[in-house]
Write a protein that binds this ligand. Structure first.
Ligand SMILES: [Zn+2]
Length: 291
């Protein structure tokens, strides 16, 4: 059985000191590419959709294709809803068959974040074997990266993080540590590695309970990734790099063959390119051969 939630594969990852790659897709070609790359590498994998593509493609369509691909794959595959701020849509995706849901109430005040996150946790656990990711602090866009990284208050407070996890019952947890969405503008983004390590020690020091998620994977230097792995990162989200790969590959293909009208060949070029990117990430996260 290859249909799994995120918690189960991340528990294994956290114990084995590697991380599961979580790749955002916006269409079905990319979804196939992610699964193919993970099969090639024998790695557990998480397919993610943010809310916009989920609504555009349709959650039932995405779940149907996910189940078809996952059931045929000899590796565990999870389908995750990324950064959803609407409780109602979280529940709809849980009903449809997503196996991990991220309720992102991190922009709310602390107590309201707890309330909303717990509501989604309670719902998903009642529906079935669906795990839930919560976030504390600010994972901003790159425009704010340095500002966020230097603002103590925007990062996850370790004591609050422990309380947040206990009171909400989240299965996996994303503490803000200074990583950002988009492409880092500096070669040396400011990341609070020690904060991740401290939260991991407090949560999982006595045995893995709540594996940790690192957002904003795109553009992180490889030595940073290694350090984040050592500090307890068990899921890395990669989104922007796949989007750039899709658009750049499509643009290059069409530019070179302006008179060819064969969409299948463009899809094949995109799939190859995405497969390469995902495979490289799986290697960096040391999850190859773990499935
Ligand atoms: Zn994110």
């Amino acid at each position: 059985m290859s249909i799994v939630n995120a918690r189960d594969i991340m528990m294994e990852a956290a114990k084995g000191n590697y991380a599961v790659g979580a790749f955002n897709i916006t269409d079905l070609v990319q979804m196939e590419a992610v699964v193919e790359a993970a099969v090639e590498k024998r790695a557990p994998v998480i397919i993610q959709t943010s809310v916009k593509p989920s609504k555009f493609l349709g959650r039932q369509v995405l779940v149907a294709v996910y189940r078809t691909l996952a059931e045929a794959a000899p590796i565990p595959v999870c389908l995750h809803l990324d950064h959803c701020t609407e409780i109602d849509y979280c529940k709809k995706c849980a009903d449809a068959g997503y196996t991990n849901i991220m309720i992102d109430a991190s922009k709310q005040v602390y107590e309201e974040n707890i309330r909303q996150t717990k509501e989604v946790v309670d719902y998903c656990h009642s529906v079935g074997n669906i795990s839930v990711e919560g976030e504390l602090g600010t994972v901003g866009g790159v425009e704010d990266q340095i500002k966020v990284a230097e603002d103590e208050a925007a990062l996850a407070n370790p004591d609050q993080a422990i309380e947040f996890v206990e009171r909400t019952g989240v299965d996996i947890f994303a503490p803000a540590i200074g990583t950002a969405h988009g492409v880092y503008k500096t070669k040396n983004p400011k990341i609070d590695f020690e904060r991740l390590g401290q939260i991991n020690q407090m949560l999982n020091g006595g045995g893995i309970k709540t594996p940790l998620v690192v957002h904003g994977g795109t553009g992180l230097p490889e030595d940073y990734i290694k350090r984040l792995l050592e500090m307890g990162g068990a899921k890395f989200n990669v989104s922007t790099e796949l989007k750039h790969t899709l658009i750049d590959t499509t643009y290059a293909y069409i530019s070179e063959r302006r008179d060819e009208y064969d969409p299948g060949k463009i899809d094949a070029a995109v799939k190859d390119a995405i497969r390469g990117v995902v495979g490289h990430w799986i290697d960096m996260l040391q999850s190859a051969g773990k499935a």
